[in-house]
Design a protein around this ligand. Structure first.
Ligand SMILES: [Fe+2]
Length: 365
């Protein structure tokens, strides 16, 4: 039986585009349009005994530097920054139960029950207006009240039933990028950024790719559109791998969100493909963080010589407009790093050939 005949669901852009138009209309009606903007920071949660190793690895293999380390109660935070990018907060020791526990308990993720890139946090210019409009839409937040962190105000959604991710918003009261409240203390740590040939060559967090089940592609994208100022931009189908890579963008924001899903769900499980297999093994979650560079030709081999393992070769070319590679997943965060360089006026995320090679390579994890 072929997958096509056996399919119990098949994704198509027509249905998604119709529903996306309705979400945009709702956003306008409720005054949400333009209330939030680009990605401000992401929060990666780790196990307590891997917290420092996770931050050390990010310091070594990205262009982000350590700008703060603090502890509030039991919760420890490293703040990593590159001036052209969203910040990365690496945390452990969350007080209270883990709202992500269920989505973290899959065959290849259950050994790290607290580990996940949990939250994508966007700039918001009026967090109260945002909360009120989202409550009207029926959105449930993790806390009833807006969290007062001191230098900023913060609110986050409950983990999505489709992506396992939470969307947060932040309103900075003074300087952008200050997170530490008065009750926090310095976190003693010997961490620092090592000097490497690529330390200054890796820059912006360009996009994050989240993998979801085929049947959750549309609701995942629509939910994300409702919580942010992003819109569905386009999708690339790779039928031979039963995979769709979907891109959501927001005006001139530098950050893009990518959703990868299966195309079809078959009754028999035949023709599953690497994307569906990933979700079965790890649960829906962020697969990779992509970092921009202008020197991938020199940097990629240097990273390999340094011992960073890779799932893929360096694929693409200057003529294609893009070159990119996937590292192996980190044992501390389960996250893959993508390194990406664009050439000329190419502003995409992959070519059809690259996305096929990269999706195929991710079948190895
Ligand atoms: Fe990517």
């Amino acid at each position: 039986m072929t997958l096509e005949k056996d399919a119990v669901l098949k994704n198509s852009d027509n249905r998604l585009l119709e529903q996306a138009a309705q979400v945009l209309e709702e956003r306008r009606k409720l005054g949400l349009e333009g209330l939030t903007g680009d990605l401000a920071f992401i929060m990666i949660q780790t196990e307590a005994d891997r917290h420092e190793a996770a931050a050390a690895e990010l310091l070594r293999y990205t262009g982000h530097d350590l700008v703060d380390a603090f502890v509030c109660g039991e919760e420890k935070t490293f703040v990593l920054r590159h001036p052209a990018s969203a910040d990365i907060l690496v945390r452990t020791g969350r007080p209270g139960p883990n709202p992500f526990a269920e989505i973290n308990s899959h065959p290849k993720s259950a050994h790290l029950p607290n580990t996940r890139l949990e939250t994508l946090v966007f700039h918001c210019r009026d967090i109260e207006a945002y909360r009120d409009a989202q409550l009207e839409r029926g959105v449930q937040f993790l806390t009833d009240e807006i969290q007062e962190w001191g230098p900023c105000r913060f609110l986050q959604s409950r983990p999505s039933p489709y992506t396992g991710n939470s969307v947060g918003v932040v309103e900075f009261l003074g300087d952008t990028g200050r997170y530490r409240g008065d009750a926090c203390a310095d976190l003693p740590s010997s961490l620092s950024k090592p000097e490497t040939p690529w330390a200054k060559a890796v820059s912006t967090l360009d996009h994050i790719a989240t993998r979801v089940r085929a049947e959750h592609r549309d609701p995942a994208i629509l939910e994300y559109m409702g919580l942010t100022n992003y819109s569905f931009a386009f999708a690339i189908y790779v039928p031979e791998l039963n995979s769709i890579t979907n891109v959501a963008r927001c005006g001139t924001a530098r950050f893009a969100q990518v959703f990868t899903s299966g195309i079809s769900v078959s009754g028999s499980g035949e023709g599953e493909g690497p994307t569906e297999a990933f979700v079965r093994n790890y649960g829906a979650r962020v697969h990779h963080m992509a970092f921009l560079t202008e020197q991938i030709g020199e940097m990629d081999p240097a990273l390999r010589r340094d011992g960073l393992e890779f799932l893929s070769d360096l694929v693409g070319s200057e003529e294609d407009g893009i070159r990119q590679s996937f590292s192996a997943p980190s044992p501390n965060t389960l996250l893959v790093n993508e390194y990406i360089q664009r050439f000329g006026d190419f502003d995409g995320f992959f070519t059809q050939k690259n996305v096929t090679l990269l999706t195929e390579a991710s079948g190895r994890q």
